[in-house]
Design a protein around this ligand. Structure first.
Ligand code: K1U
Ligand code: ZN
Length: 173
């Protein structure tokens, strides 16, 4: 398993709409192993394939927050089927926007469908952090970032900060 570099804002790859996975191959299994390794190393509770530069509709999730009893999940071609009217607010972060956290309001509960690595289609309902995380990750598959839910002022501020950091990095300063 390999820890892969995480794509950071303002990289435009983060705005791509990822393609569905057509077949579960050894290459897909290696990719999902690497995604889990990268997610645990970060550390994060979720990761979308595009965050390591691969525009495929794959997400890894582990909301257990436990190093001893990990509960890794691999969601292939995940889709939201239903969202509750009730909303909840959670202070979100993003591995592609390091050290920036803001409260985001989203549906409190979701019902979603995905394929697992055995090719089985699974439907599941989730609340709490899992519901927030699944919505955040499926947004990544559609090129949407949590900062898109913030005011234009906050979004512009964070974009400017990360554009400046990328310029500094490119100039070697
Ligand atoms: O997709 C990502 O960028 C990962 C992101 C997912 C996420 C965070 C918060 C709410 C919903 C979804 C993260 O995992 S950021 C890191 C994080 O939240 C965390 C890391 C270690 C322990 C607990 C949380
Ligand atoms: Zn994210």
């Amino acid at each position: 398993m390999t820890i892969r570099p995480i794509v950071i804002l303002p990289d435009l790859k983060l705005r791509l709409v990822s393609e569905p996975v057509k077949e579960i191959t050894d290459a897909i299994r290696t990719l999902t192993d690497d995604m889990l390794e990268t997610m645990y190393d970060a550390p994060g509770v979720g990761l979308a394939a595009i965050q390591i530069g691969v525009p495929l509709r794959i997400v890894t999730v582990d909301v257990s927050k436990s190093e001893t009893e990990r509960q890794p999940m691999v969601l292939i071609n995940p889709e939201i089927l239903w969202t509750s009217e009730e909303k909840r607010t959670y202070e979100e972060g993003c591995l592609s926007i390091p050290e920036y956290y803001e409260e985001v309001e989203r549906p409190d509960r979701v019902r979603f469908r995905y394929m697992n690595l055995d090719g089985k289609i699974i439907e599941q309902e989730a609340g709490e952090l899992m519901a927030t995380c699944v919505q955040h990750e499926i947004d990544h598959l559609n090129g949407v970032l949590f900062i898109d839910y913030l005011s234009k002022l906050k979004r512009d501020r964070v974009m400017t900060k990360f554009k400046k950091a990328a310029k500094r990095e490119a100039s070697g300063a």
